[in-house]
Design a protein around this ligand. Sequence first.
Ligand code: NAP
Length: 248
Amino acid sequence: MYTMQRILILGATSRIARFVAYEFAKEGAKLYLAGRDTEELQRTAEDISIRFQTPVYTSFFEVLDFQNHGAFLCGVLDELGGLDGVVLVLGHLGDQDEAKHNPEVARYLIDTNFVGPTFILTLLADYLEQQGSGFIAGISSVAGDRGRQSNYVYGASKGALSLFLQGLRNRLQKTGVKVTTVKLGFVDTRMTFGKKKLFFLASPERIGTAIHGAIGKGYDVVYLPFIWFPIMLFIKAIPEKLFKKLKL
Ligand SMILES: NC(=O)c1ccc[n+]([C@@H]2O[C@H](COP(=O)([O-])OP(=O)(O)OC[C@H]3O[C@@H](n4cnc5c(N)ncnc54)[C@H](OP(=O)(O)O)[C@@H]3O)[C@@H](O)[C@H]2O)c1
């Protein structure tokens, strides 16, 4: 069990992130909420500090501004007085049909979901490694487990993130720093609003609580909701010769 006292959440305007934050705040953790919509972050921070009587800091964070990541991290460490864990929630789905034909749209997705997270997580991993304790949790997707015609650009970006987190876990396993990969199925958020055929759609509250639980238990990889674990086992087992003919 970790002492989760000073927690950074990246992409804190996500509804999933909000419920993760609630769970840490219930334990009396000091929170640092980072994202692009500073007004929304401020409202969330006030809500959490009133509900749970815990200090909550906020700051602007754009994952694509690589050159500012170092200064951003210094600010986090100053305000929190150190760091015990980070939850990287941020991500972008975008228009998958556009991403298939417009390389700039595809690059934006890869940069947001993989290149930017790689940049900030590399800085964070070095800090936590030197400290010899803490955790990194990254929110990935079941879409990253196998490339499908409907969303392979997003899937590739999330698959790359999953692979990065897997390697990081391997690198840090003897240092006292835990790395958790969270592979989400469909969750009822802004990202999925208005989309059809979302089976096993989960609420952000249920998922946020489960993410916090998985971090607390020190899981390496977790599928949420759990039903996606057997589903993806099955999907990954389909031979490529057959899989490429399926309309998925
Ligand atoms: N919903 C699902 O079904 C589902 C399924 C699998 C995985 N996921 C993953 O779950 C995570 C949370 O997503 P969500 O469903 O809660 O969607 P969401 O409400 O759209 O949240 C996405 C978050 O990422 C932030 N973000 C996007 N681009 C950014 C950038 N360039 N720099 C900094 N922050 C950026 C957004 O900030 P702004 O408020 O500034 O836009 C927002 O806080 C994402 O990683 C997503 O890929 C979701």
